[in-house]
Design a protein around this ligand. Structure first.
Ligand code: HEM
Length: 456
């Protein structure tokens, strides 16, 4: 429970309705609410909610304070648990304290830079398999393609086996689970209230448990070497204790959830932005031609694919795959001169901070060239935080950056993608920034004399 504070100690913010405060608006209006809070009230915003004090932090230094310097005073909290706990159990995305520390330590080696290399070849091979199904001139749902491809990639990294037989089940389970996470009744009503969205979440969890248990059984019988689950089966903590099957299952479901839709969303928005900016696409394809000359990209090429990296960074600035982070204060704190009571919820939004004109000129423009070393040096540290920061920073950040660059380079060497409609994309903020509708593109095979951006 949040304690009472005199009005003089509260930062500015919306007044909201009696009892429920601004909670319904903050959920129903999604990202638009967050933007409005920053525009109207400044760096530290407060609103009363159904469940106490809520703060939104819009200055990078305040975000850094919570995620990095004083992270010990913050947990993910009830709201996070209510939304993701039913699916993830005690996986590292939502566990806390000693349990989180121990399991993060055990999972971390699977994401070490040396190991990530092993995944590079698999990523381009699976992308080529996807391209084999494309035909010149056909209209495709790029987000569906991206979702299937990234699910195959994260599952192959996790399990080291083909998951063809499970792809549809996993995809359908996540598809029904994620929208339920932002259903208003689910977020605000106590856990024991039965709701259709909660039944959907339970069914999704059961499906994923069945799939993952089946794969763990296969892995116990026939251990692999280069997959995350085999590493977790072999892992021992400092006392020599292995992880239980249930813990391994929670970590596997966590990694599927955390590593699948995030990377798909990033790929979808990047193709969308490239289709809208032919001059960027031309420069990108020129880099691919000069560095790769028609070869498939490998890890070793990445240092030379500098423009590709700038494109990925800029795309994740404008459309951060995770649009916001929430924490709950376990003890009192002070931010921007305002007391933050224990129990308060603190919201930090990549979506808002990444689009702030104090840090980025012409912030809504897609300009990969802005990512110069000079810009990076001049930015406040947390003016860009697609992967969060501090001890709970994304464990898959290198994996994701590798994947984003390799997938784009493989696809754009062979294809030019045109938007099939000129409607603007809307974003639905669930745990990720999902596109609100199908993103249809016409895919055109490149020919040797293609001039990107001027064809079609
Ligand atoms: C573009 C892609 C990705 C983005 C933008 C992203 C972003 C994030 C963010 C913002 C967090 C922190 C969430 C919070 O503290 O509330 C996080 C945590 C996490 N991510 Fe990612 N992620 C991406 C890809 C991946 C991949 C590919 C994997 C694994 C294969 C992964 C695994 C995880 C895990 C396990 C955590 C929890 C870490 C912990 O709490 O110790 N992510 N990610």
């Amino acid at each position: 429970m949040s304690e009472d504070l005199p009005a003089s100690e509260l930062p500015p913010g919306p007044s909201g309705l009696p009892v429920v405060g601004a909670t319904p608006r903050s959920i129903l209006d999604g990202l638009e609410f967050r933007e409005r809070m920053a525009d109207e009230y400044g760096d530290v915003v407060h609103w009363d909610g159904l469940d106490g004090h809520n703060y939104q932090l819009n200055h990078p230094d305040h975000v850094e304070h919570v995620l990095v310097h004083n992270n010990g005073n913050y947990v993910k909290g009830d709201r996070f648990q209510r939304v993701l706990g039913p699916l993830l159990g005690n996986g590292i995305l939502n566990s806390e304290g000693e349990e989180w520390r121990r399991n993060r330590h055990l999972v971390q080696p699977a994401f070490h830079p040396d190991r990530i290399e092993v995944y590079a070849e698999m990523m381009t091979a699976l992308t080529e398999d996807m391209l084999d199904d494309w035909t010149d001139g056909e209209r495709r749902s790029i987000h569906d393609d991206a979702m299937e491809l990234t699910l195959r990639i994260v599952s192959r990294a996790l399990f080291g086996v083909d998951i063809d037989q499970y792809v549809d089940d996993i995809g359908a389970a996540l598809d029904s689970f994620l929208p339920a996470t932002t259903s208003l009744p689910n977020v605000v009503l106590p856990d024991d209230v039965p709701l259709p969205s909660r039944r959907r979440m339970d069914r999704a969890r059961e499906t994923l448990e069945d799939v993952v248990d089946d794969i763990i059984r296969r892995k116990r019988a026939e251990p692999g070497e280069n997959d995350v689950v085999s590493m977790l089966l072999a892992a021992r903590d400092d006392e020599g204790v292995p992880l239980s099957d249930e813990q391994i299952r929670d970590e596997a479901i966590t990694i599927i959830l955390a590593g699948h839709e995030t990377t798909a969303v990033s790929l979808t928005y990047t193709t969308y932005l490239l289709a809208q900016h032919p001059e960027v696409e031309s420069k990108f394809v020129a880099e691919l031609d000069s560095v790769l000359g028609g070869r498939r990209p490998t890890m070793g090429d990445l240092p030379d694919l500098t423009y590709t990296e700038q494109i990925v960074k800029e795309s994740m600035r404008l459309f951060p795959p995770v649009p916001g982070i929430v924490r709950e204060a376990t003890g009192p704190d002070e931010i921007g001169g305002y007391p933050i009571p224990a129990g308060a919820r603190v919201f930090m939004n990549q979506w808002v901070v990444h689009r702030d004109s104090r840090w980025y000129d012409d912030p809504l423009a897609f300009e990969p060239e802005r990512w110069t070393p000079a810009l990076e040096e001049s930015l406040p540290r947390l003016a860009y935080f697609p992967f969060s920061a501090g001890p709970r920073r994304c464990i898959g950040d290198r994996f994701a950056m590798l994947e984003a660059r390799l997938l784009l380079a493989t696809i754009y060497q062979d294809y030019h993608l045109e938007l099939a409609s000129d409607r603007n994309l809307e974003v639905i903020p669930t745990v990720t920034s999902r596109p609100s509708e199908d993103v249809s593109m016409v895919v055109r095979e490149r020919t040797a004399d293609d001039t990107p951006g001027t064809d079609g």
